[in-house]
Design a binder for this molecule. Structure first.
Ligand SMILES: Cc1cc2nc3c(=O)[nH]c(=O)nc-3n(C[C@H](O)[C@H](O)[C@H](O)COP(=O)(O)OP(=O)(O)OC[C@H]3O[C@@H](n4cnc5c(N)ncnc54)[C@H](O)[C@@H]3O)c2cc1C
Length: 466
């Protein structure tokens, strides 16, 4: 027996950045109505439970929803991030989603919002407040905006047993926790762990008092080459060109990354370790210099358990001070999952269609959804690009993305939309700059264009042989 039956053109499950980005474009391009539901009480998804010192690692100009700028596109004139565009912190991100939600999503009068509801695959949703079940019917599609499956240390826990008496906190609790004379150990090599190390150093903790468990070494993208503003045009586009040139000359995937490193496109924290991890994390040289100050790096595999005075790893047991502070940052932020078709009859599953660009993907998919095409044609336009986890995945993502881009540009409606789309920062920048380029800008663009076919061809060969 259902408490209520709710019908709408689209049922959107998940009010995180991806669900909102999809809705934003759908509201602009259709007259459809929507039910939007989320287990959480407020929109914004994982940002609602994020650690307080989190900051976007890409620029604000590339984040949020398409119709509404996030930040002012300011470029730092001095300091460690000189020449880099602004990146929003947690408070700004939450404010942004709250404003968007009140002023556009709900104000549209076409979105019925069901907070605190858990969607079940039988088409019902359970109210987490009073356990009543609502039946949902989508006239067009159910949109799964949960595929990203974001996992957070504060919600998922450490993932290994922690004996009573051991001081072990999530990144959320770190700012209010005393480090103490015994120092701190940060567990995990991911972006959240890097943020924790930077936070500790910013707080004045001596880097010699910090240990860092890094089961895998990550490659990091150099932020200096990912700046979508005019003054950085030549650097950014030369960076794209150098990547293609590196691919064309590479003997292996590892060699491709060494060449990228020699060109400055990627960095590693420890030059002696061979990275096997690549999750699109972006860092500046100033951040990497800080991270390198931590010399006590523990490479014994994953932590198996924490006991008072000892840590057990995959590879052995290490003694430590009884009152050492541990920071667990091990949750798999954005897990890599097998892709599925995006458009499937009554179901639409939001996934990446460009490397590491979740909100752009959701906006693009919404624009494709509004075109008068069948599912097979829509899927041709939107081949999923799985989340990157290892260096090889980056090449695979490049190739799928290049194919997607070619198909988008062959369709006038999509080409026109992309030319204007806020979230497609590079396309808009390139069209703007190339109207009257300086000789340096024209040369960078020409260099990139000339390098592409050999670069992509070699990427395909490397993937076929490794
Ligand atoms: C710490 C961190 C920093 C990041 N920084 C960046 C960055 O700088 N730039 C960038 O592009 N990306 C970044 N990301 C990647 C991030 O995953 C995406 O940017 C984006 O926020 C993901 O949004 P989402 O809507 O897919 O997922 P979520 O934010 O996880 O939202 C999904 C929502 O679905 C709801 N839900 C799930 N299942 C159900 C169900 N059965 N019923 C009802 N509701 C359900 C959840 O409650 C959740 O609110 C970061 C991720 C993390 C973890």
């Amino acid at each position: 027996m259902f408490a209520e039956m709710i019908e709408a053109d689209y049922v959107v499950v998940g009010a995180g950045a991806v669900g909102l980005s999809f809705l934003d474009v759908m509201l602009d391009f259709t007259n459809a109505d929507f039910v939007l539901l989320d287990r959480r009480q407020a929109p914004g998804g994982h940002w609602r439970d994020a650690y307080p010192f989190v900051q976007l690692h890409n620029v604000s100009a590339q984040y949020g929803v398409n119709s509404r700028p996030l930040g002012r596109d300011a470029v730092a004139a001095e300091g460690p991030e000189a020449g880099h565009m602004e990146r929003a912190g947690l408070a700004e991100i939450i404010d942004y989603f709250d404003g968007l939600f009140a002023e556009k999503i709900l104000a549209s009068g076409r979105v019925r919002w069901l907070p605190g509801h858990d969607y079940r695959n039988d088409g019902t949703a359970l109210s987490l407040a009073d356990s009543r079940t609502v039946q949902l019917r989508a006239r067009r599609r159910v949109v799964d905006a949960t595929f990203t499956g974001t996992q957070l240390p504060s919600v998922a826990g450490p993932g290994f047993p922690v004996a009573p008496g051991v001081r072990c906190v999530s990144p959320n609790a770190l700012p209010a926790t005393e480090v103490g004379a015994a120092g701190a150990t940060v567990i995990s090599a991911g972006k959240t762990a890097m943020d924790c190390v930077l936070h500790l150093i910013d707080r004045g903790v001596d880097p010699d008092a910090i240990a860092w468990v890094r089961p895998r070494e990550p490659w990091l993208l150099n932020r200096a080459y990912l700046q979508p503003h005019e003054a950085a045009f030549a650097t950014t586009v030369n960076g794209f060109a150098m990547e293609m040139e590196a691919a064309a000359a590479a003997h292996s995937v590892a060699d491709f990354f060494w060449r990228l490193e020699a060109a400055g496109i990627v960095r590693r924290i420890d030059a002696r370790a061979e990275p096997t991890m690549f999750r699109c994390a972006i860092a500046s040289d100033a951040e990497i210099a800080q991270l390198r100050r931590v010399g006590d790096v523990i490479r014994r595999g994953h932590v198996v358990s924490l006991q008072p005075g000892a840590v057990t790893f995959d590879e052995g047991r290490v003694a430590c001070e009884h009152d050492r502070l541990f920071v667990h940052a091990c949750a798999d932020g954005v897990p890599r999952k097998p892709a599925r078709p995006i458009f499937e009859g009554e179901r639409l599953t939001l996934q990446y269609v460009r490397r590491c660009a979740p909100v752009f993907a959701a906006a693009l998919i919404a624009r494709v959804e509004t075109l008068d095409l069948g599912d097979a044609e829509k899927n041709q336009l939107c081949q999923p690009v799985p989340m990157v986890d290892a260096p090889r995945d980056w090449l695979q993502g490049h190739l799928v993305e290049a194919r997607n881009r070619l198909r988008w540009s062959a369709l006038p409606a999509l080409r026109a939309w992309l030319g204007d789309a806020r979230l497609d920062t590079y396309t808009a920048l390139i069209s703007r700059v190339m109207e009257t380029p300086t000789p340096e800008q024209a040369a960078a663009f020409q260099r990139w264009r000339s390098a592409q076919s050999a670069g992509y061809a070699r990427m395909a060969e490397l993937l076929a042989t490794e």
